[in-house]
Design a protein around this ligand. Structure first.
Ligand code: AMP
Ligand code: GLY
Length: 433
């Protein structure tokens, strides 16, 4: 099988590494890829960019690939999967219509209501008056979300009503391009309890959960600082109740996939279920239409069964035949090394050294990196790279991940030092009912 992976982050690098372990994958291409991916796959530039469906489909055709795997949300929401499928090539990733589960929080809420999926109560607001009513209905802590895509940065959780209102006002003032609907904000009830990410692979009918992971969304240790795309992750989660994945499957993922099919907008790809384990039970925090970054780095590190076959089956409606994925029993920790100034204004062009000295079995996955003309590695984005480390338990995986970061130099680079720490200590608790 020949595969084209679309994207340039550490998530896509992790996908390329996992595909590389699948004996049935003969050739891997990436667009645009990154310097780390280039060590394992042929990277291609695309002048039109990866959100241009016709251009991605034409590239896939020229390369003669059997499967296109779309990593990030923007090309999905732009309909790249539709264009690839229209060209007769199998594609892992939902259609533009189905990707609205991620692209619009209001739409996701509507689908959850129709499918009877447990989630935070919410008000979708188009005016500041509606926002004020919503805030006062739920009380603090206030949760204010931009309706549209915001790369993990559109959500504000605060006890400060003025700050909540200011964020809502900013979302509502956002300019919209022609054809886009008017800006909306979603005001939600606050969910207590730890969050987890569960990726559910689906062909539109059969749904298969992967191993659960936990992400760290805030920039700083102790869950302080602004929300980011994610600063680290680990898997497995020793503290979750038995049977959780099954519960999520039957109460959340399957009803959602059924509801999407019923609407004529069948969802095939990965349904990323972001969940809170609250004192009142499971609640969906968000759906995404793609693999999470950085959770994918640890989930795929633990995947024992072939990734190519799984993604191909999801893309071609044959998931029922592949069965449950197999897992390694080891623990895995990933830590993101971010650029100076991330997330507000990441600085680019800082030298990165030491990545080749990372002690095995830890390894480096590239995200925002590039090589200059002399072949030196430079930072080129907010999340610059992630280290991934397996271990017999979370303690060992953590030690190895941080030992790897010790040998990497990036001027002004930032990373959290407490990824998986509370879980390793047995300090994560699901609130009592
Ligand atoms: P989202 O983009 O919807 O995933 O939100 C980003 C982050 O904001 C989540 O991972 C949570 O940490 C936090 N968050 C979102 N919704 C809620 C909520 N209803 N209650 C508490 N925290 C939330
Ligand atoms: N790690 C969170 C996300 O991918 O949205």
């Amino acid at each position: 099988m020949k595969v084209l992976v679309v994207g340039s982050g550490a998530r896509e690098h992790a996908i390329v590494v996992a595909l590389g372990r699948d004996p049935d994958v003969a050739q891997i291409h990436a667009v645009p890829g990154n310097p780390g991916i280039a060590a394992q796959a042929r990277c291609h530039e695309l002048a039109e960019g990866i959100d241009d469906g016709a251009a991605v489909a034409a590239l896939a055709g020229r390369l003669g690939v059997d499967l296109v795997v779309i990593g990030p949300e923007a090309p999905l929401v732009a309909g790249v999967a539709d264009a690839v499928r229209a060209a007769g090539i199998a594609c892992f990733g939902p259609s533009r219509e189905a990707a609205r589960l991620e692209g619009s929080k209001a739409f996701a809420k509507e689908v959850m209501a129709a499918a009877d999926v447990p989630t935070a109560r919410s008000h979708v607001c188009a005016t500041l008056e509606e926002v004020m009513d919503g805030l006062d209905a739920f009380g603090p802590p206030y949760v204010v979300k931009d309706d549209g895509l915001a790369a993990g940065k559109g959500v504000v959780v605060t006890d400060n009503r003025a700050q909540a209102l200011a964020h809502a006002a900013q979302c509502l003032e956002r300019s919209v391009s022609p054809g886009e609907s008017a800006p909306q904000v979603v005001i939600e009830e606050f969910l207590d309890g730890p969050e987890i990410s569960l990726f559910c692979i689906t062909d539109g009918q059969t749904v298969v959960p992967l191993a659960p992971a936990q992400d760290f969304k805030r920039l700083l240790d102790g869950d302080e600082g602004p929300n980011t795309g994610g600063m680290g992750a680990y898997s497995p989660l020793p503290w979750i109740p038995d049977g959780l994945a099954r519960d999520v499957l039957t109460r959340i993922a399957e009803p959602t996939v059924r509801e999407m099919a019923h609407r004529g907008t069948s969802f095939a790809g990965v349904l990323y279920v972001g969940l809170a384990l609250t004192s009142r039970g499971l609640r969906v925090v968000e759906f995404n239409a793609r693999f999470g970054d950085p959770e994918t780095q640890v989930v795929l590190d633990r995947l024992r069964s072939p990734l190519g076959a799984l993604l191909m089956a999801a893309a071609t409606g044959t998931l029922e035949a592949v069965g449950e994925p197999g897992w390694h029993s080891h623990s895995s920790v990933t830590v993101v090394l971010a650029a100076n100034g991330y997330p507000q204004g990441p600085r680019r062009g800082d030298a990165i050294t030491g990545t080749e000295h990372v002690p095995a079995p830890a390894y480096v996955l590239h995200a925002g990196t590039r090589r200059d003309d002399g072949g030196d590695l430079l930072s080129h984005g907010g999340r610059v790279l992630t280290v991934v480390a397996p271990g017999d338990d979370l303690d060992e995986a953590r030690e190895r991940a941080y030992a790897a970061l010790d040998v990497i130099e990036l001027r002004g680079g930032q990373y959290r030092t407490d990824i998986a720490l509370r879980a390793a200590r047995g300090d994560v608790q699901v609130p009592a009912r």
